[in-house]
Design a protein around this ligand. Structure first.
Ligand SMILES: Cc1cc2nc3c(=O)[nH]c(=O)nc-3n(C[C@H](O)[C@H](O)[C@H](O)COP(=O)(O)OP(=O)(O)OC[C@H]3O[C@@H](n4cnc5c(N)ncnc54)[C@H](O)[C@@H]3O)c2cc1C
Length: 498
């Protein structure tokens, strides 16, 4: 079995991660990537002297650090731990609340805007502390977990049963049932994606308090480049700007892929990290698992599409928080969807994104996929109009930004589709919801051998660490099914760079 050939569809984080683990376990690996660059949605790009970061707002470490080390991301990637998740600003009153890493301070901050909710705020803070003490099973995929692993997991969950039960629904449901203060309700629901499980909020706050949320120095591009370098150092091959059109199947076993130019690559196994609809309906022609997927698509929501409007400005905005949530604004439309709050990222924490004295300000707003898909020849003009509309909103909160703007960049859901084949702009796959979060999706398709799936479409809710972990897990499953030893790349002990 030595040197078995593995083809991986997609050179995003999951594909590269799976490739690293498979290479270390003795496979010959080729990653086929549709885009001109690796990284998938975890990317950044140069624009007019600035770097636009298209991804990481926060990187989750803690239990995931071991994976970052195996993949050569740590210790080379320098991190800036978050002292504050976001500053929440209520536009009508001008009041601000810091969602900070010091949970005692956070408790006081929340109590100050919601004095009638002290008991529930206490529960939230205690729950956050509890959830952060639980260690998610990262080392082994659930498919390979032993009885001992399951007993350990149960033992770990049992002491926290009360908190888990109390926060078992979505953040929205918890907020509307348990909180009196409308302002606190709005604050907590805006901290996480719509409909996300309350446990997700607890985890975010708990991890924040332990210093496990950070932003990489150099942004998403720095993380992507370290992972790609690790993949190449381990001997992996990549085919860029190459789109897989079909997974080749012989006798119900995947045996290679056919690319858009008609060429074929043979393989002993194929991994797909493409979206679930792309994989099941297009690449496999709906012959395996289509009914299950159709049923799931009828029940589950996709991650809401977003528009990123980024502005390079000749103002450092040094005293403005790097993450700012402005709520209660007069609703404005951006590409077919209404927004009643603004989420701003200011890349003012380091010098790497803009020339000295400048910074990049990025607004992430709700938008509609179909609206953009139907713009036709007006697409580029509409991008400019939406940039104008967003900038006008930002101007109210960062006065002077319009006059200081030197660069504008708009990424629509079609940008995510064009560059990373993000299905209907769902750049993180399935939306994180109580049901999707607790459902374990299979990484294989019924009736098809030598074929496995990894990445955010089998790990609902997506995320950088999850995509990387998913790559590890699928390589472990491949090795286990082939009775081959799984080998993780040796973690680096010291940074290569100074
Ligand atoms: C704006 C934004 C903000 C985010 N913020 C955070 C954050 O703060 N923290 C965090 O942890 N995560 C964040 N994420 C999510 C995280 O980046 C993703 O969940 C993760 O990178 C997904 O990796 P993946 O490999 O599963 O998928 P993808 O990155 O989608 O990779 C799939 C790859 O497959 C390729 N592909 C698809 N079909 C084909 C085909 N037929 N042929 C060839 N190639 C194909 C695509 O081009 C793509 O490169 C954010 C994402 C975005 C876009």
């Amino acid at each position: 079995m030595s040197g078995r050939r593995l083809v991986i569809i997609g050179g995003g984080l999951a594909g590269l991660s799976a490739g690293c683990y498979a290479l270390a376990s003795g496979f010959r690996v080729t990653v086929v990537e549709h885009n001109l660059t690796l990284g998938g949605v975890c990317t950044s790009w140069y624009r007019g002297g600035y770097i636009v970061d298209g991804c990481i707002h926060w990187l989750t470490g803690g239990p995931f650090d071991s994976i970052y080390r195996e993949l050569g991301i740590l210790p080379d990637l320098a991190l800036r731990p978050l002292q504050e998740f976001v500053t929440y600003r209520d536009a009508p009153s001008g009041a601000s609340v810091s969602v900070c890493s010091d949970l005692d301070r956070l408790r006081d901050n929340l109590r100050s805007i919601a004095p009638h909710d002290v008991d529930e705020i206490d529960r939230l803070i205690e729950g956050a502390v509890e959830v952060a003490t639980m260690s998610p099973s990262i080392d082994r995929p659930p498919e390979l977990s032993t009885l001992r692993d399951q007993v350990r997991l149960l033992g770990e969950i049992a002491p926290h049963a009360r908190a888990l039960l109390h926060f078992r629904g979505s953040v929205d449901a918890w907020a509307s049932h348990r909180l009196h203060s409308p302002r606190l309700r709005r604050l907590v629901t805006h901290l996480v994606p719509d409909g996300a499980p309350a446990l997700f909020l607890l985890m975010t706050l708990g991890y924040l308090s332990r210093g496990w949320l950070s932003r990489p120095v150099g942004g998403s591009g720095a993380l992507r480049d370290l992972l790609a370098a690790r993949f190449h150092d381990l001997g992996g091959k990549t085919l860029l700007h190459s789109t897989v059109d079909e997974v080749l199947v012989r006798g119900d076993r995947a045996c290679g892929v056919r690319l858009a130019d008609g060429s074929e690559l043979e393989a002993d196994a194929v991994f797909s990290t493409a979206s679930a609809p792309e994989t099941v309906f297009r690449l496999l022609g709906g012959r395996y698992g289509a009914g299950e997927l159709r049923e799931r698509m009828g029940r589950w929501s996709l991650f809401e599409p977003a528009l990123l409007a980024s502005f390079g400005v000749a103002t450092p905005f040094a005293d403005t928080p790097p993450s700012l949530l402005i709520d209660g604004i007069a609703p404005f439309e951006a590409g077919g969807a209404w927004n009643d709050h603004l989420h701003l990222r200011l890349f003012n924490e380091g010098p790497e994104f803009a020339p000295a004295g400048h910074t990049v300000v990025q607004a992430m707003v709700r938008t509609d996929y179909d609206w953009w898909a139907q713009r036709g020849e007006r697409y580029n003009d509409e991008k400019e109009l939406v940039a104008d509309a967003v900038l006008a909103q930002v101007e109210r909160h960062l006065p002077g930004i319009t006059a200081a703007t030197r660069m504008r960049d708009v990424a629509t859901p079609l940008t995510f589709w064009r560059s990373a084949r993000a299905w209907r702009g769902a750049y993180e796959g399935w939306a994180p919801q109580p049901e999707t979060f607790t459902t374990r999706l299979p990484r294989t398709l019924p009736g098809l051998g030598d074929f496995y799936m990894a990445g955010q479409w089998v790990e609902p809710g997506g995320g950088v660490p999850t995509a990387l972990m998913s790559g590890r897990h699928v390589a472990q499953i491949l090795c286990a099914e082939g009775r081959r030893e799984f080998v993780a790349p040796a973690p680096a002990l010291e940074a290569k760079t100074g």
